[in-house]
Each structure stands twice: as C-alpha cells, then as structure tokens.
Design a protein around this ligand. Structure first.
Ligand SMILES: Cc1ncc(C[n+]2csc(CCOP(=O)(O)OP(=O)(O)O)c2C)c(N)n1
Ligand code: SF4
Ligand code: SF4
Ligand code: SF4
Length: 524
C-alpha cells in the first residue's frame, strides 16, 4: 500500500461538519488532540505563508497567543471537511463557555471554501512543532499526525492514541500491530492512513497475526538492533584508520546511539561526512546501514482480545525480557473487530458473545499483573478524561529505557452508549470520575530512587455515580432490562471489583519505597 493514500479518498461521508468560531477560541488545541481522525488541526503561519494563502485563510487568522508564538505567528484552526466523519468529539471537548466549534451543514462550509483552505494549510504550510514543547497538549498538536483519515467508526476511541504516538515519535517509529480493528482501519486495500512528513519519514508498520504480535515486535527490535550493533563494530574497528570529523562523530554516535533526537542530528551530520570520504575504510558499509543511524521508537499495538487473551503468553514473555519496547493496548473491553466477543478485559455483568447472560467473573487487571515485575513502566490512560496525563504517560513510556505497557481506555460502538460515540466524551470522562477507569502510572525510575513509583491522577472516585456510568451503555443496560435481579447482583460485583482494584492501587501508592534505592545509589 502506498503510504498516506487515505488523503486521496476524500470520502465526504458526513453531512455535518464543525465550523470554527474564532472569536471564542482560546488556542488550546484540545479539539485537534482528541479528533480520532486527524481532521481538525491548528496551524501557525508566518508572513510568507499568509501572503500565499487563500482569502478564506487570510480573513480568519488570530494573533497567535502564548510564549514563543505571540508576535511571530498567526493562528488558525482548520477542518478538512471532506475527511470529517461528523463524530462531534471536537465540539464536545472544546472547553470554551461559548463553544468555539459548532456543527453545521457540510454545504455551508463547502460554500465558504473550507476544503480549499484545508488543502492549502494541510499541504503547503509547515507543521511548526518546534515552537511550543511537544510535551504539552498545545505543542503536540502543532506536530504533523502521521496517521490520518482512516476508516475506523466515526468517533472511535482507539485512534486518538495512535495519532498522538505518530505526532510524537512517528518519523522514527516502527510498529507491530496485532490483528483487530487497528489493523483493519490501518490497512484496508487500497489505502493506508500511515503517512510521511515532508522529509519522507514516517512510521514503518506491519501486521503478522493476532496471536504473535508481541513476538513480532520483539523480532523487529532485534533485527534493527543487530544492524545497529554492526554499525558500532565498524565504527570501533575503524576509529584509528579514519580522520576527523568521522572520529568525533563515531564517538558521539556510540555514546548517544539510544537517544532518538540526538541520533537524528548525528544522522544528518554523518551521512554527508561519510559520502565525502567514500574511500576510507568501513565507510561504504556504514553508508549501506545509514537507515539504522537513527534510534527507532519501537511500538507494539493491539486490542484487549490480543493483549489479555490470545497474545498474552507472548506479551508477558516479551515484557519480561527487559527490552526497550513500548506496548499500547487499545482497550475496548471486548473483541471489537469480530463483532463483540467477551475478553478477559470485560467486567462482571457485561453482555457480549459468550457472556449473553452477563459476564460472571471480574476483569483481569493487566496493569497490576505487569507492575509486579518491578522493572516495567505501566500506565492506564483515558484521553477523554485527561489529555495531560495521556501525553505525559506516552512520553514517559517512550523515554523509559526498558519495556513499557500503556493501557488506553477506548470507547467503542460495541459499548452501545447513549447517543453513540458522538456522546462519548462525557461518558469516558465519567468512566474515570466514577472509579470505573482510574488513570495512573508506575515508573520504575522513581522506585530506583527510593520514591514511590505510582502516581494516581485526578480526584478520588465518586463511587455514587458508578451505576449511572453502567446504565449509559447497552452492554450493561440490556441485562438490567432482561434480568434485573441478576443484573443487580453482577453490577454490585462489577463495582466491588473496581473498588478492590482501586484500594489495591492506593495501598501501593501510599507505601514506603525507600528500601528500593538501587545499591550503587545507596553507596554514593
Ligand atoms: C488465532 C486467531 N483467532 C481469531 C482471529 C480472528 N480475529 C481477528 S481480530 C479479532 C478480535 C480482535 O479483538 P481485540 O484484540 O480486542 O481488538 P479490537 O478489534 O477490539 O481493536 C479476532 C477474534 C484471528 N485472526 N486469529
Ligand atoms: S467532527 Fe469528528 S472527525 Fe470531524 S473534525 Fe471533529 S472530531 Fe474530527
Ligand atoms: S478546543 Fe476550542 S478553544 Fe481549543 S483550540 Fe479547539 S476550537 Fe479553539
Ligand atoms: S468497532 Fe470500536 S474499536 Fe473498532 S473501529 Fe469501531 S469504534 Fe473503533
């Protein structure tokens, strides 16, 4: 499949699309962060870009606000209306009292020339990801999403996370993807939403099977690192046979070979320096390995059916090896792609195939099980409840030089929520508020310093709203309709299970970890 080919589909599937009301906008970029389809984006324009812009852009620019932006750039939010699915997520997350986005008929925005505006901004204006730190919600959205316009359901809860990973690390990402929704919307012939930036860099992505995905990603890691070890050997062997600047660059690369941004800079210096010295020893072989100069960001994506059930043995094994890999579990608590079979991520009282009378047993706590290794970064995230914690966890996981597991709450059509996914922002927020989906991280780097590694984000759960959350979704409500007594029993168990897990988490988060200081640190 040709990378980035979904951009040519321009499906125009929604008769309503968001209109930006610039006078209300506070330039927070939360709409772009949450859009599951990478359809709404913020742009910063310099004078040259403004000069060439269509009138529809020129006449609707705000003075950029915030440090580094003010005085230097104009700001615009832009929707590519032909790619919009009308899911309403951007409107719901927009935090201004008078909404800065409203849904209007497609024809109105078409008449205003919004697709021409989008074509100009999306293709001819630079993505200025260097202006505001990408550690922030706002800054991350000035980076180009390298995953866009896919065929997931309108408002899908999985895809926001994938788009964000590509914004943060996409130009050097390598992704192994378990079969499931995330392979179908990523590779339905003839197009793929994975794309590349203007330098031709983008994620390398592949799917093997449902059951072997962790092992598949582990193999990718070793294939890449074997080549990178060869680079190091050639550099070491020839250090005394080449002159400067190669000696300096070789030493720097060997020291920083596991640092993504530093190896990007070194790659840009190494390639021309090597090309200018093609006759020196080892240089031609190094040039044949140039695509491995940059440290790859290794990711393993999959759903809960893969991670909790069918691929669990492999996932557990790969995590146990201590390898520097990042696992993202897109947790819909059900096998979504094949029509809704119950997984071990599903909870008591939920209805799915195999559990038509309500699941009797508790949800498996994948986060807790994995934390018990001690040396694995673990986080549970929910972007529609906290974008801040989501980006922080994804950044920390990637930076951790060992295995990481991120479990991401993913609203799905299979949940049958009131109002559909169009209303999933409030419902997902309630999932965290009521204790159904606590968000936390476990960072082994803190433990090594003798600090408690667990951070629970947000307020204490409001357990009184737990049943309200359950009854907003058909996967639970239907049991209440067909068998109310059984439903009451299982819902009580569902809540008690969640409360037990939360108490367990808070007990661990309150514990004294000072004994865990690494031995060499104690001796200091
Ligand atoms: C060994 C095997 N069993 C079953 C399937 C069929 N299958 C493909 S995707 C899928 C469900 C995926 O569910 P999940 O991992 O939760 O991902 P989601 O679709 O929810 O994102 C199943 C059962 C398969 N491909 N291979
Ligand atoms: S309506 Fe949905 S697809 Fe369209 S821009 Fe908003 S969030 Fe994106
Ligand atoms: S979420 Fe609303 S206020 Fe924030 S950038 Fe988007 S339109 Fe503007
Ligand atoms: S079925 Fe669920 S997970 Fe799959 S694309 Fe639709 S909303 Fe996303």
């Amino acid at each position: 499949l040709e990378s980035g080919s979904t951009q040519y589909e321009k499906r125009g599937i929604s008769d309503i699309v968001p209109m930006w009301i610039e006078e209300n906008c506070i330039q927070c970029n939360q709409c772009a962060f949450e859009c599951p389809h990478a359809v709404i984006r913020p742009f910063l324009l310099n004078d040259k870009e403004i000069e060439k812009a269509p009138l529809g852009v020129k006449n609707h620019l705000l003075d950029g606000s915030g440090k580094h932006i003010k005085g230097n750039f104009k700001y615009k939010i832009q929707v590519s209306i032909q790619d919009c699915t009308g899911c309403n997520i951007c409107v719901d997350v927009c935090p201004t009292k008078n909404k800065s986005l409203v849904m209007v008929p497609y024809g109105d925005e078409d008449k205003r020339g919004e697709q021409d505006n989008a074509d100009y901004l999306f293709n001819d204006v630079e993505y200025k990801d260097y202006v505001v730190s990408t550690d922030t919600i706002k800054g991350s959205q000035f980076a180009q999403p390298l995953f866009e316009f896919h065929s997931a359901c309108a408002g899908c809860g999985e895809t926001t996370y994938i788009a964000l990973v590509t914004q943060l690390f996409g130009d050097r990402a390598m992704i192994a993807n378990a079969t499931g929704c995330s392979t179908i919307y990523a590779s339905s012939a003839p197009s793929t939403p994975y794309t590349k930036n203007d330098k031709g860099e983008g994620p390398a992505w592949a799917n093997s099977l449902f059951e072997d995905n962790a092992e598949f990603g582990y193999g990718m890691y070793h294939a890449v690192e074997t080549n990178r070890n060869r680079i190091q050997t050639i550099m070491r062997d020839n250090m005394n046979k080449v002159g400067n600047p190669l000696v300096t660059l070789f030493n720097e690369w060997i020291k920083d070979r596991n640092d993504g941004p530093k190896t990007k800079r070194l790659r840009n210096l190494l390639i021309p320096a090597l090309e200018a010295r093609a006759s020196e020893p080892g240089v031609l072989e190094l040039l044949s390995l140039k695509k491995f100069f940059v440290k790859k960001s290794h990711w393993i994506f999959g759903g809960d059916g893969w991670a909790y059930d069918i691929g669990y043995g492999g996932l557990d094994h790969v995590l146990s090896t201590g390898t520097n890999l990042n696992v993202l579990v897109l947790d819909t608590e059900v096998y979504s792609n094949t029509g809704g079979q119950s997984s071990k991520s599903a909870r008591a009282g939920s209805i799915a195939e195999f559990t038509n009378d309500g699941k009797a047993s508790a949800k498996k706590d994948l986060g807790y099980l994995t934390m018990m290794y001690g040396n694995i970064y673990v986080a549970q995230i929910n972007s529609r409840a906290s974008q801040r914690q989501t980006i922080q966890a994804i950044k920390e996981a990637e930076a951790y030089p060992g295995p990481s597991l991120i479990i991401a709450y993913s609203p799905c059509i299979a949940h049958g929520m009131d109002g559909g996914l169009m209303k999933s922002v409030d419902q997902a927020d309630l999932a965290t508020k009521c204790g159904y989906w606590p968000i936390y991280s476990y960072d082994p780097r803190l433990s090594e310093k003798g600090e408690n590694p667990i951070k629970i984000s947000g307020k204490k759960p409001d357990w009184d709203r737990y049943e309200e959350f359950l009854l907003h979704e058909n996967r639970y409500r239907n049991l209440k309709v067909y068998n109310p007594e059984h439903a009451n029993e299982l819902f009580a168990k569902n809540k008690a299970d969640a409360q037990f897990r939360y108490r367990q988490l808070t007990r661990m988060a309150a514990a004294d970890w000072s004994d865990e200081v690494k031995v060499e640190d104690k001796e200091d």
